[in-house]
Design a protein around this ligand. Structure first.
Ligand code: TPP
Ligand code: MG
Length: 339
């Protein structure tokens, strides 16, 4: 009896939707684990920032997006690319600096783009993507459509001056931009408690007249629900909205992180009690949406996709030397849009 009541209290979400979230988050997790392995093998050079632990943020928000919506983020970008439908093979090949990558092997982890999927990077300069996101939203407003731009940035980036210049203009011009603060509690080795007096980052929007809220970023359904509200606000022409999504990264800031600024116990506690994938897995199992076997076959399917991506990346050749001189300037200027 008590069990039946508990079942009724479960969120009213379809099996299909839950499986979608599970699959998408697992794809990011397994992809990132593989990227970590390839980095360890020396196949990925330069910087590489993994998204493990934060999967529910982008998966929950992408579930609210429609065609023509745009996204832009920082260097911790692989999850965003996968969640908006970019091909894992092209992303992995870019990480390994190969010709089959999204930037033909010339961009690497932090510099990938897809016009087709409206993914505008991948930015290595902290907070640089924030005004770019407002610019993308400005273009949509100018064209008169109801698309929105998801502009993701970290808790560290939230202390950058250009964020506040952007807030002011975005609110002044009612730009359809969802500012997503991915508060994973650390900026490199600096805890948000050491860098920021006010515990609430989203509330700073009030100084500019921007509405917002805090969201549990380890719960994909909570992220989606808040995202729906934010997106509806923007599509209705009411201007920007801020979501401060409380999340956590399990791995170091990048692959070269001494990890001396937090305890193993802190990370372990998050992993074992708040993991976003495990959370959906439990809803799927306890709500009779799926069996252990169903989930096992999804795990297998995802593993295959990721292995194929890694094989593709390894087999793809390095770019030719002549490529050094290509993709520097735009070949075409879109005249009709300029006029
Ligand atoms: C303008 C600028 N300052 C400093 C850096 C060095 N840097 C790279 S990442 C980072 C921390 C940013 O943390 P946060 O915004 O919380 O994002 P997270 O890495 O947690 O996703 C810093 C200081 C940089 N890339 N750009
Ligand atoms: Mg951070």
């Amino acid at each position: 009896m008590a069990k039946a009541a508990a079942k009724k209290a479960k969120p009213n979400v379809s099996t299909e939707e839950l499986l979608h979230h599970y699959r998408e988050m697992l794809l990011i997790r397994r992809f990132e684990e593989k990227a970590g392995q390839l980095y360890g093998m020396g196949l990925i050079g330069g910087f590489c920032h993994l998204y493990i632990g934060q999967e529910a943020v982008v998966v929950g928000l992408e579930a609210t997006a429609k065609d023509g919506d745009k996204r832009v983020t920082s260097y911790r970008d692989h999850g965003h690319m996968l969640a908006c439908g970019m091909d894992p093979k092209g992303v992995m090949a870019e990480l390994t600096g190969r010709e089959g990558g999204y930037s033909r092997g010339k961009g690497g982890s932090m510099h990938m783009f897809s016009k087709e999927k409206d993914f505008y990077g991948g930015h290595g300069i902290v907070a640089a993507q924030v005004p770019i996101g407002a610019g993308l939203a400005f273009a949509d407003k100018y064209r008169g459509n109801d698309n929105v731009t998801f502009t993701y940035f970290g808790d560290g980036a939230a202390n950058q001056g250009q964020v506040y210049e952007t807030y002011n203009m975005a609110e002044l011009w009612d730009l359809p931009v969802v500012f997503v603060i991915e508060n994973n509690q650390y900026a490199m080795g600096t805890s948000v408690k050491r860098s920021t007096k006010s515990p609430s980052l989203w509330e700073r929007g009030a100084a500019y007249g921007i509405e917002g809220e805090e969201v549990d970023g380890m719960d994909v359904l909570a992220v989606k629900a808040a995202g729906e509200k934010a997106v509806a606000h923007c599509r209705a022409g009411k201007g920007p909205y801020i979501l401060e999504v409380k999340t956590y990264r399990y791995r170091g800031h990048s692959m070269s992180d001494p990890a001396k600024y937090r305890t193993r116990e802190e990370v372990q506690e998050m992993r074992s009690t708040r993991d976003p994938i495990e959370g959906v897995r439990q809803i799927l199992l306890t709500g009779d949406h799926a069996s252990e076997d169903d989930l096992k076959s999804i795990d297998k399917e995802i593993k295959e996709i990721v292995n194929e991506a890694a094989e593709f990346a390894k087999e793809s050749p390095e770019p030719a030397e002549s490529e050094l001189w290509t993709d520097i300037y735009a070949d075409e200027v879109p005249q009709e849009e300029v006029a």
